[in-house]
Write a protein that binds this ligand. Structure first.
Ligand code: PEP
Ligand code: MG
Length: 321
């Protein structure tokens, strides 16, 4: 299938009306990196760092992590890589981490909540990232930020680790960008200052959708009940894009839905100009985006939304035919 789209590899995801959508890839292993070149992705929009923790019987050491992150950055050959700090808890449980049983782990002590309450591992990970950059740009993103204060505190950790590494004589990154994943509806309504402080926002649609509809992403019975192209959800995505635009905060979408061509088209119509997806989706998404006029798509979606439908999917499919 990848060959079918290989002719598109070096072409931009530019729509008929001239809008350009940046397509990045998601990764989690060094072995994923060759896809950066093969898929034509502009960078790694989400590097999930859980795997290196999940495959071991104890917490990996800073040196080991730094070596892995160095190899990731080397393999990216100057293309940007967004490293997401450890997102454990919920569906990703570390066997060696003592934790209390929680009745609702997805709503529990996870991701940045663990990182802020017990910062040891997060700080070690930040040190590893700083060392791995060896003077190159560093881009860090915190998962599951639900309120401004959490982001502020996490960001402070980045700066205090930079300070520490500097004192220890390590080379500092050329530039540092600190972003937040928007995975809880609350963050979309954070004060303007949050959007000003964040160097970028990435919408984590897998989690955002489960919390928006209160439908467990792991539960097949309820998961498929709510369409991603549901009018309420799309309108919410549009709202997030608008809030980011008010402060000129770069925003992308990195959940699985970004890799589905119809969804990607609708997200682009809602104003998103950056998407991150599994490498194999880049070709199909680009193929569709290059065939559409986004201004027309937006008009069609607006009309569909106003007609009172639950999901715009039917109308979008009809339009594409
Ligand atoms: C998401 O929630 O959309 C996301 C990208 O993170 P993960 O799937 O790792 O929770
Ligand atoms: Mg998530």
């Amino acid at each position: 299938a990848q060959e079918r789209y290989s002719g598109l590899k070096s072409l931009p995801a530019q729509t008929k009306c001239g809008a350009v959508v940046a397509l990045h890839m998601n990764a989690g292993l060094i072995a994923d990196l060759p896809s950066l070149e093969n898929s034509g992705a502009e960078g790694v929009g989400l590097f999930r760092t859980e795997l290196q923790f999940l495959i071991r019987s104890k917490v990996p050491r800073r040196g080991e992590l730094a070596a892995i992150y160095t190899r990731v950055l080397d393999a990216a050959k100057g293309k940007p890589v967004v490293f997401r700090t450890l997102d454990i808890g919920s569906d990703k449980v570390l066997p060696y981490m003592k934790r209390e049983d929680e009745p609702n782990p997805a709503l529990g002590w996870r991701a940045i909540r663990v990182g802020l309450d017990k910062p040891g591992v997060m700080r070690m990970q930040l040190q590893a990232l700083i060392r791995a950059t060896k003077g190159r740009p560093l881009t860090v993103m915190f998962p599951f930020v639900a309120q401004f204060d959490e982001f502020k505190q996490a960001r402070e950790h980045v700066f205090s680790e930079l300070e520490r590494e500097k004192k220890l004589g390590h080379v500092l990154p050329e530039t540092v960008r600190v972003g937040a994943m928007l995975e809880t509806p609350s963050l979309a309504f954070a004060p303007r200052q949050f959007f000003e402080m964040a160097d970028f926002i990435s919408i984590g649609g897998n989690d955002l959708k489960q919390f928006f509809f209160a439908a467990d992403r792991e539960n097949e019975r309820v998961r498929r009940r709510y369409d991603t192209l549901n009018v309420s959800y799309l309108t919410f995505i549009e709202k997030i894009v608008e809030r980011c635009a008010e402060t000129s905060t770069p925003v992308s979408f990195c959940g699985e839905d970004a890799g589905r061509p119809i969804e990607a088209l609708c997200f682009a119509a809602m104003g998103l100009r950056a998407l991150s997806m599994r490498p194999a989706s880049i070709g199909p998404v680009k193929h569709l985006l290059r065939r559409v006029d986004l201004t027309e798509a937006k008009k069609m979606i607006d009309a569909s939304r106003e007609s009172g439908v639950q999901s715009v999917r039917g109308d979008v499919m009809e339009w594409l035919r």
